[in-house]
Design a protein around this ligand. Structure first.
Ligand code: FES
Ligand SMILES: [Fe+2]
Length: 462
């Protein structure tokens, strides 16, 4: 383990490196189980998954299983999924499932039939008198609670009873994303898969557009992908940028997903080409059909020579009207807010949100037991739907193919195991993240090293 050295956010502008132990070391993976996951807020699901009293889902993290259940119209609770008697899981989570869900008005343990109400109190212990009164204190037998809160339509849990409130934890990430009203979006699709790589290898593949040139070269025909990457406390954001204006342009509206396509082209055409490509190759996500269709009409609705900012303004105005006509009301987001929010956020430790005004494409990666070389990876799209037209979705296990995930995500997936193999190579000296475009990655490891007490950043010398 390296000598502890805390880095500040300001230091991340410098070229840095960090070792590979966080990706490959079995001891490190085991240590995460004690030092990382029990200490952080992590998203366990979406509020829409448990609309009725008694609706529950289980969230699996490493060896833990947590039940999140709606106990009243306006109240959600979370418990460790374990019976107080002799530790049987109250709800079975069979291998091959990505958590389970259902509705229960109480829990009955399958081993010796102890019962619990949804508020976690043990309401029946078989032959209780045998304990000679020692089980009369409800605290001895009640289910152990886990902190739970919501933001942006997500259910977050935290196993640390001393954890700071969720809002404080999310900090600027929540402040800056609040105008997008992510809580009003609903699942469009959700898929999961097991990768032969560490969970960090997987989530970091979505922290930066720096890989577009190498991984998604076909996208260069319709867009420019130079990006900035910045830290906001323990979280991070990236957005599109213009070369040689590092820093200065990091809060332009054009840094977001609603931008024109390839520079130098007629923006009426390039905007549509980019939108169409994204919709078709990013699994019908990262934009919406409304935005694609409104972009398609730009050549008919605007004269040739219309400047790019005017094209974007017109496009978004028409898309807003089109959506309003079908009952999808957009929030008001100023260009400044849009610029500040950039393209995509990393919420420490394992959540990624690529947001638009009416949609978001999100990722989550989790360890697969204690194995540093495997992870559970999920991607899902959320969108604003007309009331009553929200699709019914479930987690679908989908092999990492183009057929199941679309071209772009399957290209991302093709790197996972290959990066993990490379991390094990004796010939690898440690990562060399891009100081401007991959700062989210270095900020993640800055924070992670402080939490884990290992894997510290080091300045690169010339
Ligand atoms: S382990 Fe649950 S009742 Fe015995
Ligand atoms: Fe990608």
């Amino acid at each position: 383990m390296n000598k502890p050295q805390s880095f500040r956010i300001e230091d991340l502008t410098e070229p840095l490196t960090f070792p590979v132990e966080a990706y490959i070391c079995p001891d490190y993976a085991r240590a995460e189980r004690d030092r990382l996951w029990p200490k952080v807020w992590q998203h366990a699901g979406r509020v829409e998954e448990i609309p009725n009293v008694g609706d529950y889902l289980t969230y699996e993290i490493g060896r833990e299983s947590i039940i999140v259940i709606r106990t009243a119209r306006d109240r959600i609770k979370a418990y460790y999924n374990v019976c107080s008697h002799r530790a049987r899981q109250l709800i079975d989570t069979p291998p091959g499932t990505n958590g389970v869900h259902g509705n229960k008005q109480g829990f009955v343990c399958g081993f010796h039939a102890w019962r619990y109400n949804i508020d976690g109190e043990c309401t029946y212990k078989h032959d209780e008198a045998d304990w000679k009164g020692c089980l009369s204190n409800p605290a001895r037998t009640r289910l152990t609670e886990v902190k739970v809160d919501t933001w942006g339509g997500w259910l977050f849990v935290n196993m640390d009873p001393e954890a700071k409130p969720l809002r404080e934890y999310l900090d600027e990430a929540a402040d800056i994303l609040d105008p997008f009203e992510l809580e009003k979006m609903r699942y469009k699709w959700r898929q999961w898969v097991i990768f032969d790589c560490n969970w960090k290898t997987a989530i970091e593949a979505f922290m930066e557009p720096y890989h577009v040139t190498g991984t998604h070269s076909q996208m260069l025909a319709n867009g420019d992908y130079y990006a900035y990457s910045a830290a906001h406390g323990i979280h991070g954001v990236s957005g599109f940028d213009v070369r040689k204006t590092a820093g200065a342009s990091s809060e332009k509206e054009a840094s977001s997903v609603t931008r024109t396509g390839k520079a130098g082209k007629d923006p009426r055409v390039s905007t549509y080409e980019l939108q169409k490509e994204i919709y078709e190759t990013v699994n019908n996500a990262s934009t919406t059909l409304t935005l694609v269709n409104a972009a398609k009409r730009l050549v008919d609705e605007l004269p040739e020579g219309t400047p790019a900012p005017e094209v974007i303004k017109h496009w978004l105005k028409r898309a807003r009207e089109d959506d309003a006509a079908r009952g999808v009301i957009w929030p008001t987001i100023t260009p400044e807010q849009q610029g500040k929010a950039g393209l995509a956020w990393s919420v420490f430790p394992n959540m990624s949100i690529l947001q638009g005004i009416t949609f978001a494409l999100c990722y989550r990666a989790r360890p697969y037991g204690d194995d540093p070389n495997k992870c559970i990876f999920e991607a899902y799209a959320i969108e604003r739907f007309p009331p009553g037209e929200e699709p019914k979705t479930e987690w679908v296990y989908a092999e990492a193919t183009q057929e199941k995930w679309g071209l772009v995500l399957s290209q991302d997936f093709s790197n996972m195991a290959a990066v993990q193999r490379g991390m094990h190579s004796r010939g690898f000296r440690g990562t060399l993240p891009n100081p401007h475009q991959e700062r989210k990655v270095t900020n993640f490891h800055r924070v992670l090293a402080d939490v884990m007490g290992a894997g510290y950043l080091h300045l690169l010398d010339k």
